[in-house]
Design a protein around this ligand. Structure first.
Ligand SMILES: Cc1cc2nc3c(=O)[nH]c(=O)nc-3n(C[C@H](O)[C@H](O)[C@H](O)COP(=O)(O)OP(=O)(O)OC[C@H]3O[C@@H](n4cnc5c(N)ncnc54)[C@H](O)[C@@H]3O)c2cc1C
Length: 365
Protein backbone atom coordinates (compact mmCIF):
# COMPACT_ATOMS: atom_id res chain seq x y z
CA UNK A 1 0.00 0.00 0.00
CA UNK A 2 1.23 3.53 -0.78
CA UNK A 3 0.14 6.32 1.55
CA UNK A 4 0.75 10.08 1.48
CA UNK A 5 0.79 11.90 4.83
CA UNK A 6 0.24 15.64 4.52
CA UNK A 7 1.70 17.60 7.44
CA UNK A 8 5.01 17.26 9.26
CA UNK A 9 3.79 18.06 12.77
CA UNK A 10 3.79 15.56 15.63
CA UNK A 11 0.64 13.81 14.42
CA UNK A 12 1.76 13.38 10.80
CA UNK A 13 5.22 12.20 11.86
CA UNK A 14 3.87 9.56 14.25
CA UNK A 15 1.26 8.35 11.74
CA UNK A 16 3.88 8.14 8.96
CA UNK A 17 6.34 6.08 11.05
CA UNK A 18 3.60 3.80 12.39
CA UNK A 19 2.32 3.17 8.86
CA UNK A 20 5.85 2.41 7.63
CA UNK A 21 6.28 0.00 10.55
CA UNK A 22 3.29 -1.88 9.11
CA UNK A 23 5.06 -2.25 5.73
CA UNK A 24 3.32 0.70 4.08
CA UNK A 25 5.26 2.75 1.52
CA UNK A 26 4.88 6.27 3.01
CA UNK A 27 5.70 9.72 1.65
CA UNK A 28 5.26 12.64 4.06
CA UNK A 29 4.78 16.13 2.58
CA UNK A 30 5.45 19.21 4.71
CA UNK A 31 4.93 22.63 3.14
CA UNK A 32 7.61 24.33 5.27
CA UNK A 33 9.98 22.69 7.76
CA UNK A 34 9.05 19.79 10.04
CA UNK A 35 7.41 21.15 13.21
CA UNK A 36 6.82 24.60 11.71
CA UNK A 37 3.09 24.48 12.55
CA UNK A 38 1.58 24.29 16.05
CA UNK A 39 3.93 21.49 17.10
CA UNK A 40 7.03 23.70 17.16
CA UNK A 41 5.12 26.44 19.01
CA UNK A 42 3.61 24.25 21.73
CA UNK A 43 4.23 24.65 25.44
CA UNK A 44 4.97 20.94 25.80
CA UNK A 45 2.82 20.17 28.83
CA UNK A 46 1.88 16.50 28.80
CA UNK A 47 -0.45 14.85 31.30
CA UNK A 48 -2.98 12.10 31.81
CA UNK A 49 -5.25 14.11 34.12
CA UNK A 50 -8.42 13.44 32.13
CA UNK A 51 -11.70 12.56 33.80
CA UNK A 52 -13.21 10.80 30.76
CA UNK A 53 -12.37 7.11 30.35
CA UNK A 54 -11.51 7.37 26.67
CA UNK A 55 -9.38 10.51 27.07
CA UNK A 56 -7.54 8.83 29.94
CA UNK A 57 -6.86 5.77 27.76
CA UNK A 58 -5.48 7.96 24.95
CA UNK A 59 -3.29 9.88 27.41
CA UNK A 60 -2.05 6.65 28.98
CA UNK A 61 -0.86 5.30 25.65
CA UNK A 62 0.62 8.63 24.55
CA UNK A 63 2.60 9.08 27.77
CA UNK A 64 3.85 5.50 27.62
CA UNK A 65 5.22 6.07 24.13
CA UNK A 66 6.82 9.42 24.97
CA UNK A 67 8.52 7.67 27.92
CA UNK A 68 9.63 4.80 25.70
CA UNK A 69 11.14 7.34 23.27
CA UNK A 70 12.87 9.10 26.17
CA UNK A 71 11.14 12.39 25.40
CA UNK A 72 9.16 12.93 28.62
CA UNK A 73 10.80 14.80 31.47
CA UNK A 74 8.80 14.04 34.64
CA UNK A 75 7.15 17.11 36.19
CA UNK A 76 3.94 17.17 38.29
CA UNK A 77 0.96 19.05 36.86
CA UNK A 78 -1.15 21.04 39.31
CA UNK A 79 -4.54 22.50 38.45
CA UNK A 80 -6.11 24.94 40.86
CA UNK A 81 -9.43 26.75 41.25
CA UNK A 82 -9.99 29.98 43.12
CA UNK A 83 -13.76 30.10 43.39
CA UNK A 84 -15.82 29.03 46.36
CA UNK A 85 -17.53 25.72 45.73
CA UNK A 86 -14.82 24.43 43.39
CA UNK A 87 -13.74 21.95 46.04
CA UNK A 88 -16.59 19.64 44.99
CA UNK A 89 -15.72 19.91 41.30
CA UNK A 90 -12.04 19.13 41.88
CA UNK A 91 -12.93 16.24 44.21
CA UNK A 92 -15.22 14.82 41.49
CA UNK A 93 -12.57 15.20 38.76
CA UNK A 94 -9.91 13.53 40.89
CA UNK A 95 -12.22 10.62 41.78
CA UNK A 96 -13.07 10.10 38.09
CA UNK A 97 -9.42 10.22 37.07
CA UNK A 98 -8.46 7.78 39.82
CA UNK A 99 -11.24 5.41 38.72
CA UNK A 100 -9.43 5.24 35.33
CA UNK A 101 -6.14 4.42 37.02
CA UNK A 102 -4.59 7.89 36.74
CA UNK A 103 -1.97 8.92 39.32
CA UNK A 104 -3.75 12.04 40.56
CA UNK A 105 -4.76 13.27 43.99
CA UNK A 106 -6.25 16.29 45.66
CA UNK A 107 -3.75 18.55 47.34
CA UNK A 108 -4.63 21.16 49.95
CA UNK A 109 -3.44 24.75 49.46
CA UNK A 110 -1.29 24.40 52.61
CA UNK A 111 0.43 21.28 51.33
CA UNK A 112 0.91 22.92 47.94
CA UNK A 113 2.56 25.89 49.67
CA UNK A 114 4.85 23.60 51.65
CA UNK A 115 5.91 21.72 48.53
CA UNK A 116 6.35 24.86 46.41
CA UNK A 117 7.19 27.78 48.72
CA UNK A 118 7.25 30.34 45.90
CA UNK A 119 3.60 29.57 45.01
CA UNK A 120 1.08 31.97 46.59
CA UNK A 121 -1.69 29.64 47.72
CA UNK A 122 -3.81 32.19 49.60
CA UNK A 123 -6.57 32.48 46.99
CA UNK A 124 -6.68 28.81 46.02
CA UNK A 125 -9.88 27.00 47.05
CA UNK A 126 -9.09 23.57 45.60
CA UNK A 127 -6.32 21.87 43.65
CA UNK A 128 -5.39 18.54 42.12
CA UNK A 129 -1.96 17.18 41.25
CA UNK A 130 -1.10 14.69 38.49
CA UNK A 131 2.15 13.01 39.48
CA UNK A 132 2.72 11.01 36.26
CA UNK A 133 2.67 14.18 34.12
CA UNK A 134 5.70 15.54 32.34
CA UNK A 135 7.24 18.02 29.96
CA UNK A 136 8.13 17.76 26.28
CA UNK A 137 10.66 19.82 24.35
CA UNK A 138 8.84 20.33 21.02
CA UNK A 139 12.09 20.64 19.03
CA UNK A 140 13.40 17.39 20.51
CA UNK A 141 10.05 15.71 19.80
CA UNK A 142 10.15 16.74 16.14
CA UNK A 143 13.79 15.65 15.73
CA UNK A 144 13.15 12.26 17.37
CA UNK A 145 9.90 11.60 15.48
CA UNK A 146 11.53 12.58 12.17
CA UNK A 147 14.46 10.19 12.83
CA UNK A 148 12.01 7.46 13.72
CA UNK A 149 10.04 8.02 10.50
CA UNK A 150 13.15 8.06 8.29
CA UNK A 151 14.58 4.95 9.99
CA UNK A 152 11.37 3.11 9.12
CA UNK A 153 11.71 4.10 5.47
CA UNK A 154 9.37 7.10 5.25
CA UNK A 155 10.29 9.50 2.42
CA UNK A 156 10.12 12.95 4.02
CA UNK A 157 9.69 15.89 1.65
CA UNK A 158 9.95 19.35 3.20
CA UNK A 159 9.21 22.69 1.53
CA UNK A 160 6.65 20.64 -0.35
CA UNK A 161 3.17 22.19 -0.20
CA UNK A 162 0.60 19.85 -1.71
CA UNK A 163 -3.05 19.95 -2.66
CA UNK A 164 -5.55 17.21 -3.37
CA UNK A 165 -6.84 16.56 -6.87
CA UNK A 166 -9.01 13.72 -5.61
CA UNK A 167 -9.31 11.74 -2.36
CA UNK A 168 -6.08 9.83 -3.04
CA UNK A 169 -4.37 11.95 -5.70
CA UNK A 170 -1.89 14.60 -4.61
CA UNK A 171 -0.54 17.54 -6.58
CA UNK A 172 3.06 17.94 -5.37
CA UNK A 173 5.72 20.48 -6.42
CA UNK A 174 7.09 17.77 -8.72
CA UNK A 175 3.75 16.78 -10.22
CA UNK A 176 0.72 14.63 -9.56
CA UNK A 177 1.08 11.39 -7.59
CA UNK A 178 -1.55 8.75 -6.91
CA UNK A 179 -1.72 6.83 -3.65
CA UNK A 180 -3.89 4.15 -2.11
CA UNK A 181 -4.66 6.48 0.80
CA UNK A 182 -3.96 10.02 1.98
CA UNK A 183 -3.75 11.17 5.62
CA UNK A 184 -4.41 14.89 6.04
CA UNK A 185 -2.76 15.95 9.32
CA UNK A 186 -2.23 19.55 8.28
CA UNK A 187 -3.56 21.43 11.34
CA UNK A 188 -6.03 24.19 10.41
CA UNK A 189 -5.07 23.75 6.73
CA UNK A 190 -6.71 20.31 6.80
CA UNK A 191 -10.05 21.97 6.12
CA UNK A 192 -9.13 23.72 2.82
CA UNK A 193 -6.99 20.71 1.85
CA UNK A 194 -9.85 18.19 1.97
CA UNK A 195 -12.33 20.74 0.62
CA UNK A 196 -10.52 20.29 -2.70
CA UNK A 197 -11.66 16.66 -2.60
CA UNK A 198 -15.24 17.72 -1.87
CA UNK A 199 -15.16 17.12 1.91
CA UNK A 200 -16.48 19.74 4.33
CA UNK A 201 -14.91 19.56 7.82
CA UNK A 202 -16.33 21.09 11.02
CA UNK A 203 -13.00 22.69 11.91
CA UNK A 204 -11.98 26.18 13.01
CA UNK A 205 -8.77 27.80 14.19
CA UNK A 206 -7.94 29.82 17.27
CA UNK A 207 -4.79 31.71 18.12
CA UNK A 208 -3.09 31.27 21.47
CA UNK A 209 0.14 32.72 22.90
CA UNK A 210 3.09 31.86 25.09
CA UNK A 211 6.25 33.44 26.47
CA UNK A 212 9.43 32.30 28.17
CA UNK A 213 10.73 34.28 31.14
CA UNK A 214 14.28 35.02 32.12
CA UNK A 215 15.81 32.42 34.50
CA UNK A 216 14.99 32.15 38.23
CA UNK A 217 15.94 29.69 40.94
CA UNK A 218 12.71 28.52 42.57
CA UNK A 219 11.14 25.10 41.89
CA UNK A 220 7.60 25.09 40.51
CA UNK A 221 5.33 22.40 39.01
CA UNK A 222 3.42 22.79 35.77
CA UNK A 223 0.39 24.81 36.78
CA UNK A 224 -3.04 25.61 35.37
CA UNK A 225 -5.18 28.26 37.01
CA UNK A 226 -8.69 27.18 36.05
CA UNK A 227 -10.25 30.41 37.32
CA UNK A 228 -7.88 32.92 35.70
CA UNK A 229 -7.32 30.63 32.68
CA UNK A 230 -3.57 30.71 32.34
CA UNK A 231 -0.86 28.10 32.66
CA UNK A 232 2.87 27.74 32.99
CA UNK A 233 5.48 25.02 32.88
CA UNK A 234 9.09 25.05 34.01
CA UNK A 235 11.37 25.33 31.00
CA UNK A 236 15.02 24.83 31.91
CA UNK A 237 15.58 27.35 34.68
CA UNK A 238 12.82 29.65 33.38
CA UNK A 239 9.02 29.48 33.06
CA UNK A 240 6.98 29.14 29.90
CA UNK A 241 3.70 30.97 30.48
CA UNK A 242 0.68 30.67 28.21
CA UNK A 243 -3.00 31.29 27.91
CA UNK A 244 -5.64 33.33 26.19
CA UNK A 245 -7.30 32.41 22.93
CA UNK A 246 -8.87 34.35 20.07
CA UNK A 247 -10.71 33.10 17.01
CA UNK A 248 -8.33 33.41 14.05
CA UNK A 249 -8.31 33.28 10.29
CA UNK A 250 -5.68 30.63 9.52
CA UNK A 251 -4.74 32.40 6.28
CA UNK A 252 -4.15 35.76 7.99
CA UNK A 253 -2.86 35.71 11.56
CA UNK A 254 -0.01 37.24 13.56
CA UNK A 255 2.70 34.82 14.74
CA UNK A 256 4.13 37.51 17.05
CA UNK A 257 2.72 37.77 20.57
CA UNK A 258 0.59 40.80 21.49
CA UNK A 259 2.19 43.22 24.01
CA UNK A 260 -1.04 42.98 26.06
CA UNK A 261 -0.62 39.21 26.34
CA UNK A 262 2.95 39.58 27.63
CA UNK A 263 1.82 42.08 30.26
CA UNK A 264 -1.12 39.94 31.39
CA UNK A 265 0.90 36.72 31.49
CA UNK A 266 3.66 38.26 33.59
CA UNK A 267 1.04 39.83 35.89
CA UNK A 268 -0.58 36.43 36.34
CA UNK A 269 2.74 34.91 37.42
CA UNK A 270 3.37 37.80 39.82
CA UNK A 271 -0.05 37.30 41.43
CA UNK A 272 0.29 33.53 41.69
CA UNK A 273 3.92 33.35 42.87
CA UNK A 274 6.58 35.35 44.69
CA UNK A 275 8.52 35.69 41.40
CA UNK A 276 8.98 38.93 39.50
CA UNK A 277 9.58 37.55 35.99
CA UNK A 278 10.80 39.41 32.92
CA UNK A 279 10.12 38.15 29.38
CA UNK A 280 12.83 36.58 27.26
CA UNK A 281 10.73 35.84 24.17
CA UNK A 282 7.07 35.42 23.22
CA UNK A 283 5.10 34.03 20.28
CA UNK A 284 1.66 32.95 19.04
CA UNK A 285 0.41 29.80 17.33
CA UNK A 286 -2.76 28.34 15.88
CA UNK A 287 -4.79 25.53 17.39
CA UNK A 288 -7.77 23.71 15.89
CA UNK A 289 -11.29 23.44 17.29
CA UNK A 290 -14.41 21.37 16.60
CA UNK A 291 -18.04 21.85 17.67
CA UNK A 292 -17.87 19.28 20.50
CA UNK A 293 -14.17 19.82 21.36
CA UNK A 294 -13.31 16.24 20.36
CA UNK A 295 -10.87 15.70 17.48
CA UNK A 296 -11.70 14.68 13.92
CA UNK A 297 -9.86 11.41 13.30
CA UNK A 298 -10.93 8.91 10.70
CA UNK A 299 -12.00 8.39 7.11
CA UNK A 300 -13.88 11.17 5.32
CA UNK A 301 -13.93 9.67 1.81
CA UNK A 302 -12.72 6.51 0.14
CA UNK A 303 -8.98 6.46 0.89
CA UNK A 304 -8.95 9.93 2.49
CA UNK A 305 -8.28 10.22 6.25
CA UNK A 306 -8.02 13.23 8.55
CA UNK A 307 -6.40 13.74 11.95
CA UNK A 308 -6.93 17.22 13.42
CA UNK A 309 -9.09 19.26 15.82
CA UNK A 310 -7.02 18.77 18.97
CA UNK A 311 -8.40 21.76 20.87
CA UNK A 312 -4.92 22.63 22.14
CA UNK A 313 -4.01 19.08 23.23
CA UNK A 314 -2.46 17.65 20.07
CA UNK A 315 1.14 17.33 21.13
CA UNK A 316 0.37 15.31 24.22
CA UNK A 317 -1.96 13.01 22.26
CA UNK A 318 0.08 12.60 19.07
CA UNK A 319 1.79 9.27 19.88
CA UNK A 320 -1.57 7.61 20.55
CA UNK A 321 -3.56 9.27 17.78
CA UNK A 322 -0.95 8.88 15.03
CA UNK A 323 -0.79 5.21 15.93
CA UNK A 324 -4.59 4.97 15.87
CA UNK A 325 -4.70 6.36 12.33
CA UNK A 326 -2.08 3.84 11.17
CA UNK A 327 -4.01 0.98 12.78
CA UNK A 328 -7.25 2.07 11.13
CA UNK A 329 -5.72 2.40 7.67
CA UNK A 330 -4.00 -0.98 7.92
CA UNK A 331 -7.02 -2.67 9.51
CA UNK A 332 -4.98 -3.97 12.47
CA UNK A 333 -6.59 -4.28 15.88
CA UNK A 334 -6.42 -1.07 17.90
CA UNK A 335 -3.99 -0.81 20.79
CA UNK A 336 -6.46 1.31 22.77
CA UNK A 337 -9.43 -0.79 23.79
CA UNK A 338 -12.05 1.98 23.67
CA UNK A 339 -14.55 3.16 21.04
CA UNK A 340 -12.33 5.92 19.61
CA UNK A 341 -13.56 5.40 16.05
CA UNK A 342 -17.11 6.39 16.92
CA UNK A 343 -16.36 9.30 19.19
CA UNK A 344 -13.73 10.89 16.96
CA UNK A 345 -15.48 10.02 13.66
CA UNK A 346 -15.04 13.17 11.53
CA UNK A 347 -18.30 12.49 9.71
CA UNK A 348 -20.32 13.00 12.91
CA UNK A 349 -20.62 16.59 11.60
CA UNK A 350 -21.62 17.67 8.12
CA UNK A 351 -19.17 20.58 8.12
CA UNK A 352 -21.87 23.23 7.90
CA UNK A 353 -22.13 23.70 11.68
CA UNK A 354 -21.73 27.16 13.10
CA UNK A 355 -19.84 27.09 16.40
CA UNK A 356 -17.60 29.14 18.66
CA UNK A 357 -14.04 27.75 18.40
CA UNK A 358 -13.31 28.97 21.91
CA UNK A 359 -16.38 27.38 23.49
CA UNK A 360 -15.90 27.11 27.23
CA UNK A 361 -12.16 27.66 27.65
CA UNK A 362 -12.24 26.25 31.18
CA UNK A 363 -13.05 22.86 29.66
CA UNK A 364 -9.40 22.59 28.57
CA UNK A 365 -6.04 23.32 30.10
C1 LIG B 1 1.13 28.42 22.15
C2 LIG B 1 0.70 26.96 22.07
C3 LIG B 1 0.88 26.14 23.17
C4 LIG B 1 0.48 24.78 23.09
N1 LIG B 1 0.76 23.97 24.15
C5 LIG B 1 0.45 22.65 24.09
C6 LIG B 1 0.80 21.78 25.14
O1 LIG B 1 1.41 22.19 26.14
N2 LIG B 1 0.44 20.46 25.03
C7 LIG B 1 -0.22 19.98 23.93
O2 LIG B 1 -0.52 18.80 23.89
N3 LIG B 1 -0.54 20.77 22.90
C8 LIG B 1 -0.23 22.10 22.95
N4 LIG B 1 -0.54 22.93 21.91
C9 LIG B 1 -1.30 22.37 20.78
C10 LIG B 1 -0.37 21.55 19.87
O3 LIG B 1 0.71 22.37 19.46
C11 LIG B 1 -1.13 21.06 18.64
O4 LIG B 1 -2.36 20.48 19.03
C12 LIG B 1 -0.31 19.99 17.90
O5 LIG B 1 1.01 20.42 17.71
C13 LIG B 1 -0.96 19.67 16.57
O6 LIG B 1 -0.08 18.83 15.83
P1 LIG B 1 -0.42 18.48 14.32
O7 LIG B 1 0.64 17.60 13.84
O8 LIG B 1 -1.84 18.03 14.24
O9 LIG B 1 -0.41 19.90 13.57
P2 LIG B 1 0.78 20.91 13.19
O10 LIG B 1 1.92 20.82 14.14
O11 LIG B 1 0.14 22.24 13.01
O12 LIG B 1 1.30 20.34 11.80
C14 LIG B 1 0.58 20.51 10.61
C15 LIG B 1 1.62 20.70 9.52
O13 LIG B 1 0.97 20.65 8.25
C16 LIG B 1 1.69 21.48 7.39
N5 LIG B 1 0.83 21.77 6.24
C17 LIG B 1 -0.30 22.51 6.21
N6 LIG B 1 -0.83 22.54 4.98
C18 LIG B 1 0.00 21.79 4.18
C19 LIG B 1 -0.01 21.45 2.80
N7 LIG B 1 -0.98 21.89 1.97
N8 LIG B 1 1.00 20.68 2.32
C20 LIG B 1 1.97 20.22 3.14
N9 LIG B 1 2.02 20.53 4.46
C21 LIG B 1 1.04 21.29 4.97
C22 LIG B 1 2.01 22.68 8.26
O14 LIG B 1 3.08 23.45 7.74
C23 LIG B 1 2.32 22.04 9.60
O15 LIG B 1 3.71 21.83 9.78
C24 LIG B 1 -0.15 24.27 21.93
C25 LIG B 1 -0.32 25.11 20.83
C26 LIG B 1 0.11 26.43 20.87
C27 LIG B 1 -0.06 27.30 19.66
Amino acid sequence: MRVAVVGGGAVGLVAAADLAERDVDVTLYERDELGSGATGRAAGICYDAFAGELDAAVADRALARYREWDLLEPCPYVWAARERGDETAVRGQVAEMQSHGRAVERISPDELGERYPSLRTGGIEAAGIATAAGLLDPDAVVARLADRARQRGVTVETNAPVSLVGPTAVETPSGRRDFDAVVAAAGPATKPLVADAGVSLALKAFRTQALVTDPFEETLPSFYDATEEFYWRPRGDALLVGGGAHAADPTDWDAEADPAFVETALGNVRSATTLDPTPDRAWAGLCTATPDRDPLVGRVADGLWVATGWQGHGLMRAPAMGEFVAERICGTSPRIDAPLSDRFDPTRFDGEESFDPLGDPTADW
